[in-house]
Structure formats: structure tokens, C-alpha cells
Design a protein around this ligand. Structure first.
Ligand SMILES: Nc1ncnc2c1ncn2[C@@H]1O[C@H](COP(=O)(O)OP(=O)(O)OP(=O)(O)O)[C@@H](O)[C@H]1O
Length: 309
């Protein structure tokens, strides 16, 4: 049973379409990174999965049932992008309130607060919490009732590096226990090691989806070889040009040769380079998640403003 399945889903709030023909599935025990520029439609996808509104077109099924059904919703944990809590209540009181609403055991409350690092602050009013502490409380709220599907919108905002690493470790444990997890984040280098698959949304359409290896194949972006020549030999560049492997070269500030070559020609290039006997050191850089994201989104940057239509 999939955690969710979006089939040919489209949605519009009022005028222009926000999502168009989205096909996306999440299986148990998988972490999916959902990425896109501001206003790409990530939160709208999440709202459809939560059943907060029906799709304009297409089908949304969640945990084998209908999005929004109470029996389905009790198995979903959700951390929204901006968490707000009643400031006069303590962390323990707030989490207990959410546990009652969700029908989760109250015994979980102190345990979860400890798990997210709020053991010492659980009886303090949340108005005294830092941004990171509020974020941790939001995370504890999302984990109530051991959800089968966990959706986290920018979960590391406000978290320090150690807390961020703790969060990702926790997500891995939950994933290994069979939880399906959706992670929306703009901090791509941070999430890259932790996701199993990425889905890239732009302008309401799914541009690409798959694991990093599949996305790299699809993007077919060049691999970068950085070569330190022996004795600062300047002839290597000409030799690279002469290979006929259609690589482009440039010299970096510290005299290294930077070679961009198609992925399927990488090994030929490496063999040729090593064969010259003029290579002192060699580094290979595959496109990162961020490179792939920019490739699919385009260089629009701030041109993708999202916002009011
Ligand atoms: N309640 C609403 N009424 C009208 N338009 C909305 C509403 N919520 C979102 N939108 C519009 O839908 C589009 C997608 O918004 P959404 O919040 O899904 O994007 P997002 O990818 O989550 O963006 P961000 O990264 O900025 O959080 C935007 O153009 C936004 O202005």
C-alpha cells in the first residue's frame, strides 16, 4: 500500500492553474525530497494529500484510503512551514493537547519531547522558546501517534547544525521502520545525503522525479574533472582537446585544469589523462542535487516569484 498516490492531479485556487497533471507516489520506507522554487506548488501538493481540499482534476489516494478521511488522517504527521503555538502554554501542555486531538497516547508526550531535545524545557511556556525550540516542538507534534506518512515543510529552519544532524538521523530511523517521509526544503546540500528520491516541481508541473543517479542520467550534465598536472605542465589542455571526447577545459586560479566531459565519456577521459603520465592528482565531481535542481528549474531564480496570481 502506497503512502500516497497522486494521479494526473491538477489544482487551481482561483484564476491560473497552480498544479497541472501531477503524477507522484510515495512508498513506505522512503524519503522523498519535494523541491521547487517559491510558489512552485509544494505546499499545495501537501494540502491535497492532507485532504484539506479536493483536487480540481485527477485522483489522490492516501494510505490506501481517501485523503482527509479521519481514519487516514490519524496516521499522518505534518510539520507546516511556520509553526505557531499558544505562547502561554508549556511545551508539555501543547503536545498533550495535540495528542488528545489526534487520539494519540499521552504517554508519548514526554518521550517525544525528550526525543526532540526539549526534556529540560517541556514545562516552560512556549513564549520563552527560541525559534529552534519551537521548531522542535512542531516536530514532536508531527511525530505523535507514530505516523505512517510524515510530511515536513522546511523542518530544519531555525535548527542549529547539531540539531539538524539529529533530525536527519531520526528521519532515517523512522524511514527504516517503514514510515514514508516527504521533505520540502530549499537547503539542497543539507538534504542530499538523506533522501531516497527527489521530485522537482516548477510552475506547477513535475519536471523530474527519481533517485539521484536517475536524475543525473536524465539531466545528462557534464562531470567535472579537476586535474593537477605534474610540474605544472601546460600541455595537458591541448592533449585533452585532441582526444576528440568533446570536453571543454579551463584553468583554475591555482593552475589546475578543469575539464567538463559528458558522463558516458568520463572513464575514457580518465584513462587518457592517466596515460599521459602527467597527472599528479585528479578529482571527479558529479553534479550535485543543487546542480540538477538548477538544471531542471532553469536559471529563473527570482523570476520565479510565486506569490499572488
Ligand atoms: N490560499 C491560496 N489562495 C490563492 N492562491 C494561493 C493560495 N495558496 C497558495 N496560492 C498560490 O499557489 C501557488 C503555489 O503556492 P504554494 O504555497 O503551493 O507554493 P510552494 O511551492 O509551497 O512555495 P514556497 O516555497 O514559497 O513555500 C502560488 O502562486 C501561491 O501564490
Amino acid at each position: 500500500m502506497s503512502c500516497f498516490r497522486l494521479e494526473n492531479v491538477s489544482y487551481r485556487y482561483s484564476k491560473a492553474p497552480v498544479l497541472t497533471g501531477i503524477d507522484l507516489t510515495l512508498e513506505p520506507g522512503e524519503i522523498l525530497g519535494l523541491f521547487g522554487h517559491n510558489g512552485a506548488g509544494k505546499t499545495t501538493c501537501i494540502k491535497l494529500i492532507l485532504g484539506l481540499m479536493p483536487p480540481g482534476q485527477g485522483a489522490v489516494s492516501v494510505l490506501g484510503g481517501k485523503a482527509g478521511d479521519p481514519e487516514v488522517s490519524q496516521h499522518i504527521g505534518y510539520l507546516p512551514e511556520n509553526v505557531m503555538f499558544y505562547p502561554q502554554l508549556t511545551g508539555r501542555e501543547i503536545l498533550s493537547h495535540f495528542a488528545r486531538l489526534k487520539g494519540a497516547s499521552l504517554k508519548q508526550v514526554p518521550m517525544l519531547l525528550e526525543q526532540v531535545g526539549l526534556a529540560d524545557a517541556m514545562d516552560a511556556r512556549t513564549k520563552t522558546y527560541s525559534k529552534g525550540m519551537r521548531q522542535r516542538l512542531g516536530l514532536a507534534q508531527a511525530l505523535l501517534g507514530r505516523p505512517k506518512l510524515l510530511m515536513l515543510d522546511e523542518p530544519t529552519v531555525g535548527l542549529d547544525p547539531v540539531a539538524t544532524a539529529d533530525l536527519y538521523r531520526l528521519l532515517r530511523t523512522l524511514r527504516d521502520d517503514g514510515t514514508g517521509i516527504v521533505l520540502c526544503s530549499h537547503v539542497l546540500p543539507g538534504v542530499e545525503p538523506y533522501i531516497d528520491r527527489a521530485a522537482i516541481l516548477t510552475g506547477g508541473s513535475l519536471k523530474a522525479a527519481g533517485n539521484l543517479a536517475a536524475l543525473r542520467r536524465q539531466a545528462n550534465m557534464p562531470v567535472v574533472l579537476t586535474v593537477a598536472p605534474t610540474n605544472n605542465d601546460h600541455h595537458l589542455a591541448a592533449m585533452v582537446e585532441a582526444t576528440g571526447l568533446n570536453a571543454s577545459t579551463s584553468v583554475t586560479g591555482n593552475g589546475h585544469l578543469r575539464i567538463e566531459v559528458a558522463p558516458d565519456r568520463k572513464m575514457s577521459m580518465v584513462h587518457r589523462l592517466l596515460g599521459t603520465g602527467k597527472v599528479r592528482d585528479l578529482a571527479i565531481s558529479e553534479p550535485t542535487l543543487e546542480d540538477i535542481y538548477v538544471h531542471f528549474i532553469g536559471s529563473g531564480g527570482l523570476a520565479h516569484r510565486g506569490g499572488v496570481q
